[in-house]
Design a protein around this ligand. Structure first.
Ligand SMILES: C[S@@+](CC[C@H](N)C(=O)[O-])C[C@H]1O[C@@H](n2cnc3c(N)ncnc32)[C@H](O)[C@@H]1O
Length: 262
């Protein structure tokens, strides 16, 4: 068992409620990223694909997948009870296509939770296999060693030809810390203006962001890995076509394909 908060604050109901209410504003270019994740998945819209959403939160990515792929089924994993409650509510109209499970990705035991999940394609008898594994803003909460191990676990559970897409925060080059933060705050200010019609001072927005980081705990920052390391871990896990497909400041969508053997 880990001796720190492996959810980096996401067990806190107030933090969860804040993210639910504000994700579209506080994540620069959030809508673009959610849209691109589903557009990058190399499947036809009527394909019966089976997808796993890791750190699914309140179901924003899953909802996009379910709406875009009319015959897709999605298994959601998240460690936060509060998030699972919100996802269950948000995705209630898709109960026949979505399975929501609570498990801690920091522990290998999450695989057992997935395997025990009844009525999905992941029973032991059928083997764990998905056409795609996706994740948004979640894997950076894990230690580097656990990320590396998780990428190997993901590779094993993908079908040949399957794709992994990780929409996540990566480490900021130290020399660019100040401009990245300034651009980040300006992007939030602009999204707030366009979505809510209000313009708050940048220092007020900065104070709010720092408070959210404080709730994430001391571990949070040390867990954010450079993109180059993460791409190397994907290659090491066996992925091909490994690349960063989209990037804005420290936000990325990267991943790879499990090529069919032979
Ligand atoms: C910023 S939210 C993103 C949620 C969702 N993917 C989205 O984009 O809206 C981060 C999510 O990662 C989950 N998470 C963080 N650490 C986790 C862990 N160790 N195991 C499982 N889930 C975790 C949190 O509970 C939270 O739902």
């Amino acid at each position: 068992m880990a001796d720190h908060d492996t959810l980096c604050g996401w067990g806190n109901q107030a933090k969860v409620a804040y993210f639910l209410a504000n994700a579209d504003v506080i994540v620069p270019r959030r809508a673009e990223q959610l849209k691109l994740i589903v557009e990058l998945m190399p499947y036809s819209h009527d394909a019966s694909i089976s997808v796993l959403d890791l750190g699914a939160g309140f179901g924003a990515v899953t909802e996009q997948i379910i709406e875009r792929y009319s015959r897709a089924t999605v298994n959601c994993i998240d460690g936060s009870e509060a998030m699972v409650v919100h996802a269950t509510k948000r995705l209630r109209n898709y109960q026949d296509r979505v399975t929501i499970m609570q498990a801690d990705l920091a522990e290998r035991s999450w695989l057992g939770v997935l395997e025990r999940s009844a009525g999905t394609e992941v029973s032991r008898a059928q083997g764990v296999n998905f056409d795609a594994v996706v994740s948004a803003l979640a894997i950076h909460h894990l230690s580097h060693e656990r990320k590396r191990e998780l990428y190997r676990e993901i590779f094993r559970m993908l079908k040949p030809g399957g794709m992994f897409l990780n929409n996540d925060v990566v480490a900021t080059p130290p020399a660019l810390k100040v401009p990245f933060e300034a651009l980040h705050l300006a992007a939030i200010q602009e999204q707030e203006r366009s979505l809510r019609g209000i313009t708050r001072p940048l220092d007020q927005i900065a104070a709010e962001m720092h408070e959210q980081l404080r709730l994430a705990g001391g571990q949070h920052h040390s867990h954010i890995a450079p993109l180059s390391d993460q791409l190397a871990w994907l290659v090491e896990a066996g992925f091909k076509s490994v690349d960063c497909y989209w990037r804005y400041l420290d936000l990325t969508i990267f991943g790879g394909i499990k090529e069919p053997a032979g």
